[in-house]
Design a protein around this ligand. Structure first.
Ligand SMILES: Cc1cc2nc3c(=O)[nH]c(=O)nc-3n(C[C@H](O)[C@H](O)[C@H](O)COP(=O)(O)O)c2cc1C
Length: 351
């Protein structure tokens, strides 16, 4: 199946020319009617969608809504323009068995075979706020009944305080009338312990700043995989009562290499985030642990399960693990009919 994001083209070319394949076709599918589910205070047709990343702009989001993805996240934006890494940004990877969370070395190439896992390496590009705000507002207008658009954003280091920059980004996203906010805290290089979400004190300060800036919109935090139970508990003690939900996981880091054993992305990008089939175990594990901690700590946050969803039964697995909503990036990119198949298999949206 032709993916709706073309890995052989640059981020900018995808932004200007995409989406591709089925998402570009003029014929739109007939969407089965489903029983709505409550999510973050909204009634959504089916609690399924596409997480931050593959939906680069309103053209991508409009196509995703037309194909029945009822919760769509607009790719992470910043308060300042930021260039994408050069090509390659996406490569297929071929782990032997299950990918671990310990920075595995994995073969990467252009052979996209199912079940598919990929590495993605963009550096979180962003256009200027004037550009993405107008476009995100168009994406919000593309929602149909029972659909919502979530705006993903992150702060940028070196612009003053990171708390203020996250708060400003939250305010700029809110101005687009997005239905909810998602703060990406799982991107490398913004926190003391490599990923911002592992720097709990900073996370707490940023959450307070965002809630002060935009008190009325639901706020999700995008988390990486936590292998350590105590760390996850400590994070929830700090912010579990302040935020409206967690979206997890982002990617598992690995070292993608070519057939000669050289870094496959480039010499100065030896590591890349891995997503797709190989990380489903980690997404399910995080969701299960968050759900049991939520019950034990008597918290109320929503859980968005992400990672390796490429078949309808994976949607069901995530809901059984305790997710309130489920999303697919890699799976949906190569299989745009996934939301339709989920609606056909699970018409009530629940188990
Ligand atoms: C092409 C691509 C771009 C992505 N960009 C972002 C991003 O900008 N912000 C973010 O929080 N996650 C980003 N992600 C990570 C996804 O949101 C998701 O967490 C991850 O891909 C795991 O889901 P999957 O296994 O269904 O792909 C991106 C993923 C892909 C495939």
């Amino acid at each position: 199946m032709t993916p709706f994001y073309n890995p052989t083209l640059s981020y900018e070319e995808n932004y200007q020319q995409g989406p591709f394949g089925l998402f570009a076709s003029a014929d739109k599918p007939v969407i089965p009617v489903t029983k709505p589910t409550s999510f973050l205070g909204y009634q959504v047709n089916t609690p399924f969608g596409i997480p931050a990343g593959p939906l680069l702009n309103a053209n991508f989001a409009r196509a995703a809504f037309a194909y029945g993805y009822d919760i769509c996240v607009y790719k992470t934006v910043r308060t300042v323009e930021h260039k994408s890494h050069p090509l390659p940004n996406v490569l297929a990877i071929h782990p032997e068995g299950k990918l671990s969370a310990q920075l595995d070395t994995v073969l990467a190439d252009n052979h996209y075979s199912q079940p598919l896992s990929i590495t993605n390496s963009f550096g979180v590009p962003s256009y200027k706020p004037e550009i993405w705000q107008a476009d995100m507002a168009r994406a919000v207008q593309a929602t149909g009944k029972g659909q919502i658009l979530i705006g993903s954003f992150q702060g940028t280091q070196g612009l003053g305080s990171i708390e203020d920059d996250y708060a400003l980004a939250a305010r700029l996203v809110a101005e687009t009338k997005a239905h909810a906010l998602e703060a990406n805290m799982s991107c490398p290089n913004e926190g003391a312990h490599h990923l911002l979400c592992f720097d709990f004190d900073k996370v707490e300060r940023i959450v307070h700043a965002m809630k002060n800036a935009v008190p009325d919109l639901p706020l999700l935090i995008k988390l990486a995989y936590f292998s350590d139970e105590q760390s996850l508990t400590n994070l929830l003690k700090k912010i579990g009562h302040l935020v409206d939900g967690f979206s997890t996981i982002n990617t598992l880091s690995a070292r993608p290499v070519n057939a000669q054993g050289q870094p496959a992305l480039s010499a100065n990008r030896p590591e890349g985030g891995v997503c797709g089939d190989a990380i489903r175990w980690a997404g399910l594990d995080m969701v299960q642990r968050l759900a049991s901690l939520r019950a034990r700590m008597e918290l109320k946050f929503a859980i968005v399960g992400v990672g390796g969803v490429n078949q309808p039964q994976h949607f069901k697995q995530y809901l059984s693990a305790g997710a309130d909503a489920v999303m697919s990036a890699t799976g949906a990119m190569w299989h745009p009919n996934l939301a339709l198949e989920i609606k056909q298999n699970y018409p009530t949206g629940a188990l």
